[in-house]
Design a protein around this ligand. Structure first.
Ligand code: ATP
Ligand code: ZN
Length: 289
């Protein structure tokens, strides 16, 4: 396929990453109609199109320049050994590739798996991990429902993606060790791109950064006695220069600022103790810093 002038972005057609990726693209201002059951979705307000394909195909498509960008799990890119550049970790699609063994079986450590059969959809990552530790195993490649392999005596252990561990438990398996941690990533082709495409990618990245920052931040409002301002400001470094507004009661002020969400939970009690009341936190749609 010849490279086109339209920036082409590969996303998973239907799966765990699809909804979050579509949502993100909408959140950064890309306008498009329905994407279900479509292979190519044109973006109305940018020279961009989405290519909806299986996640396994994304790293190669981006590597070969068929697509300029792709949203795909780090696990898939690593397994395929694709030559692409990671532009952003997306902080969704978090999971881990883990070794698991039957709960009541004889294997307690990774060493116990020497010479055993490991069922996995990730033979390259699995083999590499064992090879680095000098443990010889045989891998059996299975593309789905890897967790039933030990019960069918197709394998002694498995190496599979886990997020909560629920599926492992249901199948009488216990996790032995994590071999790879993953999340969705935005990857870019290493093929040369023209100026227009590079500029467009930069623009989309700035918007993504703003969106991710906004998701991690909250707008905070509170009332306090005027005298409490130094104490409250000291609690939250990002409050160094908060907006301070007068209230009808001349002794009281309203304090507005933006804080990281984690910090808010840490200091909520202290804010109250310092004199703040009527604390309200609001989500932020987007942020440009
Ligand atoms: P496709 O039809 O596109 O090949 P798939 O079945 O291979 O889909 P999904 O199960 O939709 O893939 O998972 C897509 C990605 O989501 C995984 O490669 C991984 O990066 C991520 N993911 C997050 N949590 C999990 C999980 N618990 N199990 C599997 N994948 C997970
Ligand atoms: Zn897949």
């Amino acid at each position: 396929m010849e490279p086109t002038s339209t920036l082409r972005i590969a996303i998973q057609k239907s799966g765990r990453l699809t909804e979050k990726t579509i949502q993100l693209l909408e959140n950064i201002g890309l306008a498009f109609d329905g994407y279900k059951d479509r292979l190519i979705v044109p973006i109305r307000n940018f020279d961009v199109e989405l290519l909806l394909i299986r996640d396994d195909d994304i790293p190669e498509y981006v590597q070969d320049g068929v697509c300029d960008l792709g949203f795909v799990g780090a696990n898939v890119t690593a397994e395929r050994g694709a030559d692409v550049s990671v532009l952003r970790d997306m902080s969704y699609g978090r999971c881990r590739l883990s070794l698991a063994v039957p709960k009541n079986g004889p294997f307690r450590t990774v060493e116990d798996l020497r010479g055993k059969r490991i069922a996995t959809s990730y033979p390259n990552l699995t083999r590499r991990w064992f090879a680095e530790r000098g443990i010889e195993v045989s891998t059996i490649q299975i593309s789905g429902a890897v967790e039933i392999a030990p019960r069918l005596d197709v394998a002694d252990a498995i190496c599979d993606l886990v997020s909560t561990g629920g599926t492992l438990k249901q199948n009488g398996l216990v996790e032995l060790e994590t071999i790879f941690r993953s999340e969705a990533q935005l990857v870019r082709t290493n093929k040369p791109l023209n100026e227009a495409k590079r500029a467009l990618i930069d623009k989309l990245l700035v918007r993504m950064e703003g969106r991710q920052l906004a998701e991690r931040s909250r707008y905070i409002l509170m009332n306090a006695p005027k005298s409490a301002l130094p104490g409250i400001t000291a609690l939250i470094p990002s409050l160094k220069s908060p907006t301070v507004l007068p209230l009808a009661d001349p002794d009281l002020i309203a304090i507005h600022s933006v804080i990281p969400i984690d910090r808010f939970w840490e200091v909520m009690e202290d804010l109250k103790a310092a004199g703040a009341s009527g604390i309200v936190i609001l989500p932020i749609e987007n942020m440009i810093v």
